[in-house]
Design a protein around this ligand. Structure first.
Ligand code: GUN
Length: 291
């Protein structure tokens, strides 16, 4: 069997087109332009790339983008003051503080200082609680994008066995919660899980979010299962020339795609959906703020 490739790039382009349409309507009917503020502390190169890409796509769908770049040694008080200003700025409907923050800053404190209604990452403790109790909330973008692809491929997920590899607050835990809310039987597996291969072999849906390159081999996948690969890992690629690198997921793609029923590639799978969902969350926040 060769798996159907779930094209996250094309799906994300469709989501962004819908967001752009919504933005146009908001401008025409209410005279409102949704605004997304992104706060970056320090010079982490990967974070700089993400933030640039978020800003570019925000503008492409017709929204306002506000970037706040702060020095790596910014104090917690100064960062909290920036967040407070954004919380009180009516032109800002969504706020994202790029993670990870430099070590001297308390991420939980900073995230929980964001107005939950503007928390387009869905990381604020009250959004986590709302999601956990099945109430209307801001939903973290990577799990939301993954869920959208799963629903698009399967229709209903009810009764399916889902295994989430990884228990991070950003992906693993909210992903498990979303799958549970869609009536899957959910297992969260992690570095201490016993008989990991057997656990994964039971799954109709595997979501890999551990940040370890190609750690899921083909013989862990149940024939016909759907594999969502959240990992984005850069590895050496000597076959491309000296010093060259390439991106791979947490799943060993070639062998897994021979067994799976459907699979997301890296790059071009979950990654583009994350930013598309961030834009969608910003429009949602704007609509909720304006009745
Ligand atoms: N760093 C890596 N992924 C994310 C994300 O989804 N949101 C934020 N704020 N930071 C991140």
């Amino acid at each position: 069997m060769t798996a159907t490739v779930i094209d996250g790039k094309a799906f994300a382009a469709k989501v962004r087109a819908q967001v752009a349409e919504h933005v146009t309507k908001l401008k025409e009917t209410h005279g409102i332009t949704p605004g997304l503020a992104v706060v970056l502390v320090g010079e982490d190169p990967a974070s700089q790339v993400y933030v640039r890409s978020k800003g570019k796509m925000t503008v492409e769908v017709g929204m306002n983008s506000y970037e706040h770049k702060l020095d790596a040694d910014t104090s917690e008080a100064d960062l909290l003051a920036v967040v407070d200003k954004l919380n009180n700025d009516p032109a800002v409907h969504g706020i994202l503080v790029q993670l990870p923050l430099p070590k001297h800053l308390d991420s939980d404190l900073v995230i929980n200082s964001i107005d939950p209604a503007k928390d387009v990452d869905g990381f604020h403790i009250s959004n986590v609680g709302l999601l956990g109790t099945g109430q209307k909330s801001m939903v973290p973008c990577t799990p939301l994008g993954s869920l959208m692809m799963l629903r698009d491929h399967h229709g209903s997920l009810s009764g399916m066995d889902a295994v989430v590899l990884g228990r991070s607050n950003i992906v693993g835990k909210p992903m498990a919660q979303l799958l549970l809310n869609d009536s899957c039987t959910v297992t969260i597996a992690h570095s201490r899980t016993k008989n990991l291969a057997d656990v994964v072999r039971r799954a109709d849906i595997v979501v890999a979010a551990v940040g370890r390159p190609q750690m899921v081999p083909g013989d862990w996948i149940k024939p016909g299962a759907t594999v969502i690969d959240v990992g984005i890992n850069r590895i050496d690629a000597p076959e491309k020339g000296e010093g060259k690198t390439r991106l791979v997921g947490d799943v060993d793609y070639d062998p897994c795609s021979k067994v799976a029923g459907a699979i997301t590639p890296v790059p071009g799978g979950v990654g583009p959906m994350t930013i598309a969902c961030l834009l969608a969350n910003t429009v949602t926040a704007c609509c909720r703020a304006n009745g």
